[in-house]
Write a protein that binds this ligand. Structure first.
Ligand code: GAP
Length: 425
């Protein structure tokens, strides 16, 4: 983890938020490369979940909603973690994280017997205050992006020609006043979710089938982007661990350096949410009215960025190589003139760079020697480095060097855009 955190900072993937003022626990900023990585993750998710399907539409709801939403959804009452306080040093930890408690107990070996207070439920919703006159109106930053989908259920049905079964997908920020943010971005107080709420008829068999279907879809999506099967597993929630809205639930977990950790949640929410918001669906064929059931897939964009970074990190012959899937790589290619002081070479390379930039994020580097430039691009996961040399001036071909094999091949400038496009399908 130390190596990942250091690389993320040094190369501009992830910085501590407001670092010049000492940072703030649970908040992170994404630098130039991190912003690209996150955008690529979100684009791939949106493409698979919305663009390529006929039964899913997108939504972009507001972060702050009428507080009645959170009352109806049960979050004001039940969106809690059990909090205990160390009687010795007042540190607050989660009672449901035995490893973290044990770690802390090591700091007070003589007081373990009576160290912790009785667990109290601590609500994770973040309060905000709106308006100009006192008392200001209390509202909440959304604790899950999901409720924005449910409260728009009728709007979408009335405006988008959708029929059950269908899904509503959304990507956006969520906020939780986590008691113990930690493990780098893994448990943050501000994070981004990518979620699908898939509405079905209320039917036990169909519910189970749809749940299994989405489990497989989501696992396959991670595998298609380079996750290794043995680093992922499903972990069903025991009844006492389930969220208040879930009939049953499973997590996709990742084998992180800090242990198996939740990557994405897949929940059978039944009719909990639409029922609480008193929303129903009228079947256009039969005219019958019912409260649909919901199967939800809820992934974290920040966790995906972190776990894809960890998974991609390799040290090969003393060089760091981020073997990110090309679709996720922040830069698809880097363009180099062989030397920086030959005007003709630089002008030719600039032309290639401008051409590729029309389609892809592309880096430019003319510093140092070619070997150093390769090392620098390997560290940020750039799949292809394109060098313009003296032969280019004669025959309009360039050298393309592959990040993972380090093999080089000659490619004509005319076919370079397609060369990259074919590898990104
Ligand atoms: N709508 C359902 C829901 O929010 P969840 O299991 O609480 O379910 C879903 O969260 C996903 O959101 C998690 O699997 C994780 O990827 C991400 N997530 C949740 N809390 C997080 C946090 N504090 N920091 C970063 N990501 C978080």
């Amino acid at each position: 983890m130390d190596k990942i955190v250091a690389l993320a900072k040094r190369r501009g993937f992830i910085y501590p938020s407001s670092e010049i003022y000492g940072g703030i626990a649970g908040f992170w900023d994404y630098g130039p490369l991190g912003a690209e990585l996150k955008r690529n993750i979100k684009n791939e998710w949106w493409k698979t979940t919305v663009q390529l399907r006929d039964d899913v539409v997108g939504l972009d709801a507001s972060i702050i909603m009428n507080p009645k939403v959170w009352e109806a959804s049960g979050h004001l009452e039940a969106f809690t973690d059990p909090l205990v306080e160390c009687r010795y040093c007042n540190k607050r930890l989660r009672a449901d994280k035995p490893d973290e408690l044990k770690e802390h107990e090591k700091t007070h070996p003589d007081h373990i017997a009576n160290l912790w207070t009785t667990p109290k439920n601590f609500n994770l919703l973040t309060e905000v205050y709106l308006g100009v006159t006192e008392p200001k109106q209390k509202a909440y930053l959304r604790g899950e992006i999901t409720q924005g989908v449910f409260v728009n259920f009728r709007n979408v049905v009335d405006s988008a020609r959708v029929k059950i079964p269908f899904g509503i997908a959304q990507i956006g920020k969520a906020f939780r006043n986590e008691i113990t943010p930690g493990n780098f971005t893994f448990r943050s107080r501000e994070f981004e979710q990518m979620e699908l709420e898939y509405f079905i008829k209320p039917d036990e068999n169909d519910g189970k089938k749809t749940f299994e279907y989405w489990k497989k879809q989501r696992l396959d999506w991670y595998l298609s982007l380079g996750m290794k099967r043995e680093k992922l597993r499903f972990a069903d929630h025991e009844p006492e661990k389930r969220a208040h809205y879930a009939r049953f639930a499973t997590d996709i977990e990742y084998d992180a350096p800090f242990g198996w950790s939740e990557f994405e949640g897949i929940h059978h929410r039944g009719d909990w949410d639409l029922g609480r918001h008193k929303l129903t669906y009228r079947d256009p064929e039969s005219g019958g009215e019912y409260t649909p059931w919901v199967i939800e897939t809820s992934g974290g964009v920040d966790r995906a960025a972190l776990f894809f970074l960890i998974e991609a990190y390799q040290e090969v012959d003393k060089r760091i190589v981020l073997q990110l899937h090309p679709k996720l790589a922040p830069m698809k290619a880097a363009v180099f003139p062989l030397v920086a002081n030959k005007e003709e070479l630089v002008a030719k390379a600039r032309g290639v760079y401008q051409m590729l930039k029309l389609q892809y994020m592309v880096a430019w580097d003319d510093r140092g020697n070619i070997g150093k430039r390769y090392l620098s691009q390997d560290e940020i996961g750039t799949p292809w480095c394109v060098t313009i040399d003296y032969d280019t001036l004669k025959d309009d071909t360039v050298t393309v060097r592959n990040r993972d094999t380090t093999k080089q091949e000659r490619v004509s400038i005319d076919s370079l855009t397609d060369y990259i496009a074919q590898k990104l399908v």
